[in-house]
Write a protein that binds this ligand. Structure first.
Ligand SMILES: Cc1ncc(COP(=O)(O)O)c(C=O)c1O
Length: 392
């Protein structure tokens, strides 16, 4: 996989928000679509429209294959991870339902659920996260009631990167006949997720993080047990005489023109993905960073230190500075891009004891080099030494 020549000295470590740079093939595929095709998918019989439809179908096929799904029509094209999660949650739940969610959840899961609970539409049980950064699948079973319609689990925390026991949870959820929604935002593209194996009915994820697609893309897998209500309604390019949204997938969950340029880029990215290699590379970089800051006084890794249990995401804090200050110094003085704060995961930071300031998130990507990590470690050490000097 080749990255484009970005001609920048910036060390980009915010891949958990969105990956950058994208592979050169992605840039080329987007450009090729915009220059030579440009049609709207499924909206006309002319060649540009048919070619655009084929691009979107190829993207669905790549995603279906990644999840072990036979029918690509069960993959809906969405705008981002939040969109996919909203479609899954709001299309599933009815008044009086009970939902089990976790302390690991991102606000794109928590906020829709909390808003429904606040207006008395659903009841909600949030299960805790243990010291090792994992939920206990037994807690899911204990929290479920006959009214439980949905259980949501984040495949890996976007704060600590720690991977969650989705296979065990899936078995428990299926015994209770509820639906199981997996938020695979931080794992799609680096960690396999087979929907049969983990008994997932719904899998939602952005395609612009480890899947390396352009921004503005997400996807939702809706399994055969589900019957989601449409989330948005409108033009589908076919079945136009139907006064309401068609019931077939994926059009039941898709309305309006889609981002074909983006899907063209995703097809190119997915044809080149090397999940195992990338995961190993990113874990290696995090180990390198942890080892090199281990003896620097005042720098703390937040949460579980075992990199074998995480995807390429970890958080640190530096004594004497807020996470926002550390990130600003890294940006302004060292040209290093990291993300400070709560990472849209306030319950997780409460569990870690880092609420309300949060932490500094470090998320390398497939193009991050060992040399760049060495420079980041040096930068963090300098910040910690200055903080130490100031506090004395
Ligand atoms: C765990 C998790 N879920 C959901 C999302 C939402 O994805 P998006 O930013 O594409 O809406 C994110 C994004 O950071 C995430 O980390």
């Amino acid at each position: 996989m080749t990255g484009p020549d970005t001609n920048t000295k910036t060390i980009y470590l915010d891949n958990a928000a969105t990956s950058w740079p994208k592979p050169l093939a992605v840039v080329e595929a987007v450009t090729r679509f915009l220059v030579y095709c440009g049609g709207s998918s499924g909206r006309a019989g002319h060649r540009a429209s048919r070619d655009a439809e084929q691009i979107v179908f190829t993207a669905r096929t790549h995603i279906a294959k990644m999840l072990g799904v036979d029918d690509p029509h069960r993959v809906a094209a969405c705008f981002n991870g939040t969109d996919a999660l909203n479609i899954a949650i709001k299309g599933t739940l009815s008044e009086g339902d009970h939902v089990v969610c976790t302390a690991i959840d991102h606000n794109s899961v928590s906020r829709p659920l909390e808003a429904m609970a606040e207006r008395g539409f659903i009841t909600l049980t949030r299960i805790p996260v243990g010291e090792n950064g994992c939920i206990d699948s037994a807690d899911v079973g204990s929290a479920m009631t006959p009214a439980t319609k949905l259980v949501t689990v984040c495949h890996a925390s976007n704060v600590t990167g720690v991977i969650q026991p989705v296979v065990e949870v899936g078995k428990i959820v299926r015994e209770h006949e509820a639906f199981f929604l997996v938020d695979a935002a931080q794992t799609a593209g680096v960690l396999s997720l087979n929907v049969e194996e983990c008994k997932a009915d719904l899998v939602a994820f952005p395609c612009h993080k480890s899947l390396l697609g352009p921004p503005g893309l997400g996807a939702l897998y809706a399994g055969p047990r589900t019957n989601l209500r449409p989330f948005r309604e409108g033009g589908t390019g076919a079945d136009s005489e139907n006064p309401v949204q068609p019931s077939e997938l994926p059009t039941r969950l898709e309305a309006g023109s889609t981002n074909v340029a983006g899907w063209a880029g995703l097809c190119a990215a997915m044809a080149q993905l090397e999940p195992e290699k990338t995961l190993e590379h990113e874990r290696g970089l995090l180990s390198q960073l942890t080892d090199s800051i281990a003896n620097v006084e005042g720098i703390h890794l937040v949460g579980n230190p075992d990199h074998r249990q995480r995807v390429g995401v970890m958080c640190v804090n530096v004594d004497g500075y807020s996470p926002q200050e550390v990130a600003a110094i890294l940006d302004e003085s060292f040209d290093v891009a990291v993300r400070p704060g709560l990472h849209c995961a306030p319950y997780m930071h409460r569990a870690l004891g880092t609420f309300p300031d949060g932490a500094v998130r470090i998320a390398p990507g497939p193009f991050t080099t060992s040399d760049q990590i060495a420079r980041v470690s040096e930068a963090l050490s300098q910040i910690a030494i200055v903080a130490d000097g100031v506090s004395r």
